[in-house]
Design a protein. Sequence first.
Lengths: 194, 855
Amino acid sequence: MSTITELLDRWKRGDRSVEDALATDIYPVLRELARTQIRRHGGVLTLRATELANEAYERLHLQQGVDWQNRSHFHAIAATLMRRVVVDYLRNRTAEKRGGGQLFVALDEVQQRDAPFQGDQVDWLAVDQALTEFAEAQPDAARVVELRLFSGLTKEEIAEVCGSSRATVGRQWRFARAWLAERLDIVPGDEDEP
Amino acid sequence: MKTNPDRIRRLGALFDEALDLDPLAREAFVKRCMDEDTEIGAELERLVLRDQRLIGSKTQSAVGIVEVSLDATEPDALKPGVVVGSYRLEEEVGEGGMGRVFRATRIGPDFSQEVAIKFVRRDLVHPALLKRFSTERAILAALDHPGISRLIDAATTTDGTPFVVMEFVRGRPIVEWCNAHQLTIEARLKLVRKVLAAVAHAHRNLVVHRDIKSSNVLVTDEGETRLLDFGIAKPLGRIGNTDATVTAERFLTPRSAAPEQLEAGAITIACDIHAIGMLLYELLCGRQPFAFDTMTPGEIENAIRHVAPPPMASRVADADLEAAKQRGLTSVRDLRAELRGDLEHIVQRCLRKRPDERYGTIDQLDSDVEHVLEGRPIRERQSDRWYRWRKFVARHKVASGLVAALFVTILLAITAIARQTIAIAHERDRAQRAVGLLKSAFAAANPMQINGANVTARQVLDAARPSLEATFETQPDVYAELGETLAEVELSVGLGQQASELARRATLAARAAGFDDKQIGSLLITEARALIAAGDYDNAKARLHQAADAGFATTPEWKLVQGNLLQHTSQARESVSPLQQAVDETNGRPATDETANLARLQLAQALGRVNRQNEAVTLLDETLRWQRQQLKPDHPRLTLTRIYRIDALRRADRNNEALAEAPAVLQQVLRVFGSRNSVTAIAYAALGNAQNENKQAEDAAESFRHALEASRASVGDDHQNTLRLAFNLAQLLVELGSHDEEIEGLYRDVLVRGGKQAETLRSTLVFWRISFARFLLDRGRAPAALAQLVSPESTEQLKLASGRTVDDFTKILQEAANACGCDDKLAVDPPTDCAAVLELTKQTQTAAHSPGNLQ
């Protein structure tokens, strides 16, 4: 059994401490795949979450013999990593080109459902920041958001991965979505207003 | 103010609480929160508002987002008047996934030459696309065909935007053109053949168009077709660069894409075949296979990849008269009729999800279209039958490989039988075994479930019929066994007429094959059941007698059908005893047993009719318990029992319970059976009756409208159940006192359609006419009422009616005559119909006293 398989197995059983270790193994693969996609699209980052995770899985499977019977759990762990990929990428781009505000990540998997944010432009760095803040208070709901935004999992699969019911996940999603939407409407300067 | 975790948690809890409340209570709740803590309350209010606004929100597709945002960044360098190379842009004529298209003129001595210039969006330029773009020139140069718009030039602008210059085609998209010119189906097919010739030419040059759609197929004023935009054409044989393929798919209009184009599968000529199928579909029936306009990108993708297109005729709505007229037809019905058969087969074959199941070449497709135009049968339909069987298996989730294999075995065997290749003995044995397998396979695909997917089931039955008929002469034994099974299936999908015919032939075959009494008796009972369903009670009675002679009168099957017949002939009281026996004798049978189930439902119905309502409810409660022990909660049989129970509750003065139960049952019915099913019609009618009992007449009328719609869609406009529902709706509306136009339409429809089945309907038809005349009289339209009553049809139908109905008829005839002033000697201008009254009265007097019609 390879290390990744072991780590995934532990993670599946609820051991969150292995996430960093997993990231070390999987993250480079995802990042590289994301970069390939960005190149393909002439600098436009159009991440297809499912596609990336699938590719990553296939690659790991081939290269390292990772055997993971439940793809949805792989997708779930990949979501966390995907979020990092996106954020890292955008941070780098922003550093490279100041105010690189024309970069958008369109997650097509999100678009097919009731997407959280209206409008064409999503500032994913802000989403990431707000989500981190939100996670302090509501870690479970934040996890649901992460899965909804950064994995290709369906609602049912998310419920299964989170070990809760579809209704609960739906409730958590609605609150998080409303809260984030409210939050992201506020430009940073407004934060100190009453 | 900074949000902190505690605050978020607090908000989360309040938000959760607020969601559980109905809107009014929610407002009050938010207000209370505000009173307690202004800030939290206000934030809660904003969150709830956000949530409400976000519910069901739809956003654009990912591709859309990227494009919109990039368009915003690009300065509008391309506009009319701008000179590009040796061309001046005149006007923008279109925008495709790959870029913008302008009409332009050539600068220079010959500036009359009009061209189309297609610019590739710079933001989309990346190596793969650029490479493809440069190959386009070579490809198009190779394509010299009058049906394909010619390539003139290709270059890049000074800032590096690639563009191609093509022959400008003045024309309209083919769908628009055909509708504007009101082309008949035949003329449309002829036009499509021109398109096919151009596409075939491209294919022969190893070019796949990959984006054939109406806006890319223009028709000139001369009626010639031109294929535009080989922009993403790809030379055959150079497939392999999957990266480029995946990228290119982003630019495709998803709704015209083939499934494999969305799955990054191999792009072959099969893509074009699929696209032509989509085009044909819309050209012929006036609609696309799916309601793309109301679907999200995800739904569109799913439909294209996984959902079989519905038959074209079913996409033609009753309101589509315009579409019929655009095809030179006078009614929607005619249009539907034109679309069925070979044309449907051709289109469906183009639209198969699997590329290898579509036409192999454009020439094959063209040849089939030609055959249709010449009225000759189209190519071998073998693969079609395969397809239907496969779909049937899939639909019924007879998922295990074992059962699927079973179907394949059966199919092979049936094909073998049909081809009469089973000359040698052991092959014949195989066929016999197949018969047994088929029976068990049909049993596995529970008839109730078949009903749930009636369209497919009917297709399967239609497909099975020719193979079966081929065995009638040569192998009557096979015919008898298969015929009975198929008849039972047809019966369960509400096709009584077809089932009785099939059962009759099966009986004949059984006699020819020398079957024993037992087998023939069973067939006779099936035939009797089918005859009852078809309304032919006399013959049903005769079959039951024959079955009794064969010693079948003691079986619960016989008693069930006997009870059923008695109920249908208004002898509810007499029907209780045989039905009760059928129930008792099937005690202990499994909950899936057809006879045991039907006996209980029928008995409950009979008890309800003889004022033993409470017993009916008790029986149905017991039945439900029995079913629940063995079946899944949403099993169709359970659902059916629950529908009957709603009716029973209503009759037992427990209408409140009926009303409470009905919506849930209806939901389940809609989920299990869909909206176009005979069971759905029954469920809506049960709800309607309960609502009516509760004085919700408008709601009841609405329910009956749904019931009528479901019945029309499932068993057809002429079916007795449909007519009865229409009559009930008319009566309900009469009680409401409005909707006069709808009422009159319903009555007339019922009488005309019923008139074709006067022999079967007998008194019922006269009863309906009396009801219509009563309505007309009450609305002060005595002459119209009289005209109805003395019409030739009425006179004819009266001869078939029973005594009591004839009495009623005489009364209303007299009333109508009086209201018209027929007896008024002083009337200046009595209606001419008066003359017929006397004649008719004489007839009714004779009829009322003829012994045969006394009841």
